[in-house]
Design a protein. Structure first.
Ligand code: FAD
Ligand code: NA7
Length: 571
């Protein structure tokens, strides 16, 4: 084992979250390192290099808001960003802010143990490096641990098998017989991208999904100029909305308008494009009212039957359950099924029996002969990356044990009692939104917590408020909202022997937050529909509440409330 390296903070994960956390902690002049299993920065976009990988958040909000100059000058030419463009953007940010030397790649956190007497974490890694940080920030990503179903015969296949989240560079599928298992957001993207190039494409679909056009198109220079003028306002508005997708969420119930008007509104959303827009800009009740949901679902089903020429294929592609999974959008998904080289297998009618050396055998005895099998089968989302490694808090109790009975819990999606000075970015029960604005919100809050602990440690007294020092990025210090200065803070940060202070959520705060998240999702049709959003996509995983459904604006209000009330809920 190598000699332990002492650090102020260790950040794990080099995606959107880890990069910004590094930036803010360096600004505080702390000694910080970021480690990642990956070979470079990028997180999601380093791993997901499959053809068609695209963010379906519009380009102007799938980036950082804090570098105002870069926000206006960095080029993007289309309304949506392709995976490689996002990767290039994140590399650019790291270079522009001279952060590269602080990253260590090809390094996995395998174990982290809290030591109460030292007031530090001991972090072990796959490279044998040992780090001893005061603060451990885990930005492990909520969609990053792959879900690879254990289908009998998997290892017998003579061709190539790839999961979309581990796509090999330069893989050429031209002229190949390709099978894609899965038709979520990823499956829809990869199928749409490769259909025209491969010899044969067999799409193995278990549950049909609702998808609407993305509306991707080139950006008009006048649009960009206008946006550049208003960028600050646009971001402020997004952060004070529910989902932060850059449109105003509707407050109009589905049946408050006539049938004709409703059809017109759905059609307008279909033409504009965007899955979240279709669900939340049109009407306010699609996600929780059964009749409203059916109206939206019927509209999309009609569109599918108009687009897909073969009526039997169209029938198979039409979902029958609620439109209540992560809303999808595409660049011509249903159209691909009009190609003569594209076939659809309905796995509910003919399930996979096994993978054979030459392909996939179905329950009716038919073998689909294939050269390549693509698993677009998603992720063990949210807590998957946390329970896979050994993170031990006080008394040697692991996070996995802490979450064993009730499911993954936290306070604010950030902190867990008995895991002191550990802060999660996008941990369980954080907001369900377009993610960069939520990531920024959490990263800034975490930076402010650490700054407070540091200040109080050096001064030997409590800082005069979590964010009262004019932190240039502090989202809660009045920089972006002007409301909170934290001067009434009477926070109770534990003082360790020596001068190190320790912050963690209280058990009561964790319980209250968990109950709130449970309550907020209780009436949602999303909860009644199996998907990764409630942890019901992975075999053997217990479904549970994994998100705060109150929206980003309310989440930010909750954080301000924490600050104004003396770090309420933290010990
Ligand atoms: P990630 O980008 O996932 O980075 C986490 C990093 O942690 C990874 O690099 C991983 O290797 C590393 N890591 C994990 N465990 C360890 C460990 N034990 N040791 C060392 N390193 C570790 N979100 C949106 O808001 N809009 C979209 O349109 C959108 N599209 C998406 C499309 C795809 C295909 C996928 C997979 C996700 C999409 N997302 C989207 C979600 C996306 O994950 C987030 O937007 C964002 O990239 C998350 O950033 P992050 O830094 O939190 O995590
Ligand atoms: P998703 O949305 O979880 O989709 C996974 C797909 O894989 C879905 O169609 C699943 O069918 C299918 N699947 C999973 N396991 C199997 C097995 N064993 N057999 C057949 N089919 C299977 O993951 P994505 O990667 O598409 O998207 C995840 C998020 O990443 C997305 O929401 C964006 O935010 C980015 P099922 O529906 O379970 O019947």
């Amino acid at each position: 084992m190598k000699a332990p390296q002492s650090l102020d903070a260790l950040v794990v994960g080099a995606g959107f979250g880890g990069i910004y956390q590094l930036k803010l902690l360096l600004d505080q002049r702390l000694s910080v390192k970021v480690i990642d299993i990956a070979g470079d920065v990028g997180g999601t976009w380093y791993w997901n290099q499959y053809p068609g990988a695209m963010s379906d958040t519009e380009s102007f909000l799938y980036r950082y808001s804090w570098d105002h100059e870069d926000l206006r000058n960095y080029p993007w030419n289309r309304h949506y960003l392709q995976g490689p463009e996002i990767l290039a953007y994140l590399r650019h940010v790291v270079k522009r802010h001279e952060m590269r030397k602080h990253f260590q790649f090809n390094t996995e956190l395998t174990k982290a143990v809290w030591d109460d007497s030292e007031g530090r974490w001991t972090v072990e890694t796959s490279t044998g490096d040992v780090f001893k940080p005061k603060y451990l920030v885990t930005a492990l990503g909520l969609l990053s641990k792959q879900n690879l179903p254990n289908i009998p015969g998997l290892n017998s296949f003579k061709g190539d098998i790839h999961h979309t989240a581990r796509w090999p560079k330069g893989l050429d599928l031209r002229g190949k017989r390709v099978g894609v298992i899965g038709n979520g957001s990823t499956g829809v993207q990869v199928i749409t991208a490769i259909a025209k190039d491969v010899k044969e494409l067999v799409c193995f679909q278990r549950t049909p999904q609702y998808s609407v056009p993305s509306g991707d198109r080139e950006v008009d220079p006048a649009y960009r100029e206008d946006l550049n003028e208003k960028y600050a306002e646009v971001w402020a508005k997004a952060k004070e909305s529910l989902f932060a997708f850059g449109f105003e969420e509707s407050s109009r119930p589905t049946f408050s308008v006539s049938d004709e008007e409703r059809e017109k509104i759905f059609e307008e959303a279909w033409q504009k494009g965007g899955g979240f827009r279709f669900m939340f800009w049109t009407f306010c009740d699609i996600s929780y009212d059964e009749a409203a949901n059916k109206a939206a679902a019927d509209f999309i089903r009609r569109k599918i039957s108009e687009i897909v020429k073969d009526p039997e294929t169209a029938r198979k592609l039409q979902p029958t359950d609620y439109h209540a999974r992560r809303p999808l959008c595409d660049s011509g998904y249903y159209q691909q099924f009009n190609r003569p080289n594209v076939d659809l297998v309905d796995l509910k009618a003919t399930p996979i029996v096994e993978i054979t050396p030459n392909g996939i055998e179905l329950s009716d005895g038919h073998i689909c002969e294939l050269d390549v099998i693509v698993f677009a089968t998603g992720f063990d989302a949210v807590d998957g990356n946390y329970t896979r490694v050994a993170i031990q808090g006080r008394n040697g109790r692991s996070l996995k044990e802490h979450w064993a009975d009730v499911g993954p819990t936290s306070y604010l999606g950030i902190s867990v009692p008995d895991f002191p000075n550990m802060f999660m970015v996008l941990g369980p029960n954080g907001p369900f939104t377009n993610l960069p604005p939520t990531i920024e919100t959490q990263v800034e809050f975490i930076a402010d917590l650490i700054e407070t602990a540091e200040e109080s440690s050096t001064k030997g007294e409590l800082a005069d408020g979590l964010v009262s020092n004019g932190h240039p990025n502090g989202q809660l210090n009045g920089h972006s909202n002007g409301h909170v200065n934290g001067h009434n803070s009477t926070q109770t940060i534990e003082k360790k022997s020596g001068s190190q202070r320790v912050i963690e959520a209280t058990p009561e705060a964790e319980q209250e937050w968990t109950e709130l998240c449970d309550k907020l999702s209780a009436n949602s049709l999303f909860r009644k529909t199996d998907s990764w959003i409630f942890g019901s996509n992975v075999e053997g995983k217990k479904p549970s509440v994994l998100f705060y459904f109150g929206g980003l604006a309310n989440y930010r209000k909750a954080l301000r409330d924490v600050v104004q009330n003396g770090l309420k809920g933290f010990r």
